[in-house]
Design a protein. Structure first.
Length: 216
């Protein structure tokens, strides 16, 4: 393995972990509060990706902004108490992360998930892996596909675009990596189809986590 790159920034949901069972369960409980029908787990693949606020807007498009804010609070409260019920890492991810660390490559997470949930999820799903930087949804920092958080991670760790790789599973991720000016890799085990990523700048794809080691 030749270490051309020194930092791998990963998306979280659909890339490192499958969190759809818990996200969909929490969102459906919130919908039930308003007497709305539940959506399937498969449908949630297209509702997620742009943060919790956008998720609520997509499943309650007829609500006023004030009603959506109320629904968002209900969803976050339910989800915060059920973060890792059926959420788990994808097969091979833990081995990949440990292999990268063993090679001296820094690993980071950049997600649109609300920040209060991110550290708890990482601690429970990857208890023996230390991430070098973690960025989630926070007030005042634009969400992906804006590259702000990716650039913040590079700055925090003292690394530049030439030594950084961004890895994700969606159109949002492909656009994020491309706008950040870093090598961008799409994973084929996540929430969005290959065509979706290609249409948004994706050019390099992997179907097995360990294949990343051959690229970086």
């Amino acid at each position: 393995m030749i270490n051309r790159h020194k930092l791998i920034v990963f998306d979280l949901d659909g890339t490192l972990i499958n969190s759809l069972p818990d996200i969909s369960a929490a969102a459906n409980k919130m919908l039930a509060v308003y007497g709305r029908p539940a959506h399937s787990v498969e449908e949630y693949k297209y509702f997620v990706g742009n943060g919790s606020k956008k998720l609520v807007e997509r499943i309650l498009p007829d609500f006023s902004p004030e009603q959506q804010d109320e629904a968002l609070d209900i969803y976050k409260d339910i989800y915060q108490n059920n973060l890792v019920v059926n959420t788990a890492s994808y097969p091979g991810i833990s081995d990949l992360l440990k292999a990268l660390k063993a090679e001296g490559i820094k690993i980071a997470v950049c997600t649109n998930k609300h920040f209060s949930a991110v550290h708890e999820i990482l601690g429970k799903v990857f208890p023996d892996i230390e991430f070098d930087a973690v960025a989630g949804e926070r007030a005042g920092i634009p969400k992906k596909p804006d590259p702000a958080n990716v650039k913040n991670i590079m700055s925090e760790l003292g690394l530049d675009k030439a030594h950084t790789v961004y890895v994700g599973d969606s159109d949002v991720d492909m656009e994020t990596g491309c706008r950040a000016g870093v090598m961008t890799i799409g994973v084929l085990w996540g929430y969005r189809p290959l065509e979706n990523m290609i249409q948004n700048g994706g050019r390099i794809f992997i179907s097995n986590p360990m294949s990343l080691l051959e690229i970086v």
